[in-house]
Design a protein around this ligand. Structure first.
Ligand code: NOJ
Length: 502
């Protein structure tokens, strides 16, 4: 009884703490403008987070299998992605959820090691290929377009063993894998994403920020990774562009994630600190693709700090002019994942001791305590940040077509009455509409993360972001609609965020 009482109080606390609070959007009114006809709505997932079947039917091991199996304490609740949401067996149920919501497209990823168990094209796993073909056919039968990510963080362990994303060979190996995917699946795919969130791959995986493969090479390995990720993306883009585009009529791009970084004051110093930070976060990957080369502020700051640290050359591996030309322009539209924002104020130059990307960027970066928290230990909710980020993108890279390829909010208990999620989606989408109507930003699609609860990396099942609840202790993993799935369905149907629009 005592336990039940505590549980009820805890649940009330967790749920209600999303409900109100200062998110700096006080006084903001949700727009009653509508999305234009033809605007596309989707949902997203990634292979390791939903599939399970981690070693089934000939799938090879990938770095998250390896890393979590050998360090079980790394995941907050001790869970793994071994079974996850069991989409390897239940993909038809996932598609049924999507049909119920009425989405136009489904963004999912292919597990490299499921079709190429050792990462190389000499051994293709037919069962893995069939799995994705069946999923693609199921989507087609239900009138849902496929947006397919080739790499969502799950490098085959065999390729990690030879240096992973810090080995130049990875560029060619990724391109071979990409080419095979275009050949196998391209007839069903209208939109390809080469790589999802390079920041997390490189700084999470090689900069010691707590993602697989858990290499701690701050200020060095993380930059090598960025270099080869960008070259791999570019090579895969060119192969599609020259060999497949005319036959398959699809589009292809890279997905870059970014928070918004708001200067604490109007002072020139705070503005410069915030601009430097966003160049290190978004510009690091966007500048090479949309303008050419690393952002100048990165080139200058890393060179300067490297010399002071006693290196005889910059830790930021330069691109040759051929490489700059090769990477520049490798996009068909700008795809961005966005969840939260930070404040930035100018700060004393970080100490010259152990190098790191974070120190190279400098600045004092923080979130306001008054901003609502999503799941405990995760991000805070700052709806206006998405509008500011989009404006900054337009000012920096020009008037490009933009697709939001991820946006959503977590909680810990998977409540079906997820009013906090409805509020989040409504406010973020409202700022998106403002950006479209008031700032003339060309946004053509919005992708909600995620259709079902899944394995949220090192948060495990503590971070639930689905609009369908999945009970991870039930072997059947039934999908149960949350209130937010009805809300999103209504937005897609009416194009309106409120009960009715103008
Ligand atoms: C970004 C990642 O692409 C996805 O894998 C993750 O689950 C969501 N953000 C939420 O954290």
């Amino acid at each position: 009884m005592k336990f039940l009482y505590r549980f009820v109080i805890f649940t009330l606390f967790v749920v209600s703490s999303f409900g109100d609070g200062d998110d700096d959007d006080v006084g903001y009114e949700v727009t009653n403008k509508t999305f234009p006809k033809g605007f596309l709505f989707g949902v997203a997932t990634a292979a390791y987070q939903i599939e399970g079947g981690w070693d089934e039917d000939g799938k090879g091991e990938q770095i998250w299998d390896m890393w979590i199996h050998s360090n079980p304490k790394i995941v907050a609740d001790g869970s793994t992605g071994d079974v996850a949401s069991d989409s390897y067996h239940k993909y038809k149920e996932d598609v049924a959820c999507m049909t119920e919501v009425g989405v136009h497209y489904y963004r999912f990823s292919i597990a490299w090691a499921r079709i190429l168990p050792n990462g190389r094209t000499n051994k293709v796993n037919k069962a893995g290929v069939d799995y994705y073909l069946n999923l693609l056919k199921e989507l087609k039968a239900n009138g849902i377009e496929a947006m397919v990510t080739l790499y969502h963080w799950d490098l085959p362990t065999a390729l990690h063993d030879i240096g992973g994303w810090t080995n130049p060979e990875i560029v060619g190996l990724f391109a071979e894998y990409a080419q095979l995917c275009y050949e196998l699946f391209g007839d069903y795919v209208k939109t390809w994403v080469t790589i999802n969130e390079p920041k997390q791959i490189c700084h999470g995986g090689y900069g010691g920020s707590g993602y697989a493969p858990g290499i701690n090479s701050e200020g060095l390995g993380e930059y090598l990774c960025a270099r080869y990720v960008l070259l791999a993306h570019a090579k895969a883009w060119h192969i599609y562009d020259t060999e497949f585009r005319s036959k398959q009529n699809g589009r292809i791009t890279i997905v870059i994630d970014s928070d918004w970084f708001e200067p604490t004051t109007d002072s020139a110093e705070d503005k410069e600190a915030a601009e430097t930070k966003i160049q290190f976060v978004f510009g690091m990957y966007a500048n090479p693709v949309f303008i050419g080369d690393w952002p100048q502020v990165m080139i200058d700051r890393v060179a300067d700090r490297s010399l002071k640290e006693g290196f005889d050359q910059t830790r930021l591996p330069p691109f040759s002019s051929e490489e700059v030309a090769d990477i520049r322009g490798t996009y068909d539209f700008l795809a961005i994942n966005h969840y939260t924002s930070y404040m930035v104020s100018a700060a004393a130059e970080p100490n010259i001791d152990n190098p790191s990307w974070v120190k190279d960027a400098g600045g004092n970066v923080y979130q306001k305590d008054t901003w609502q928290q999503a799941a405990i230990g995760w991000f805070r909710i700052v709806p206006w940040g998405i509008g500011k980020l989009l404006k900054w993108i337009k000012a920096t890279y020009g008037d490009l077509e933009i697709v939001i390829t991820e946006n959503g909010v977590s909680d810990r208990n998977g409540t079906l009455e997820d009013d906090h999620r409805i509020r989040y989606l409504k406010l973020y989408m409202s700022h998106l509409l403002d950006a479209m109507y008031e700032d003339n930003i060309n946004i053509t699609g919005y992708t909600l993360w995620s259709i079902i609860d899944n394995f949220e990396w090192t948060q495990g099942f503590n971070g639930k972001l689905g609009i369908y609840y999945v009970n991870m202790s039930d072997p059947e993993r039934p999908r149960v609609p949350k209130k937010s799935s009805k809300y999103y369905a209504n937005v897609i149907k009416t194009l309106c965020l409120q009960d009715s629009c103008e």
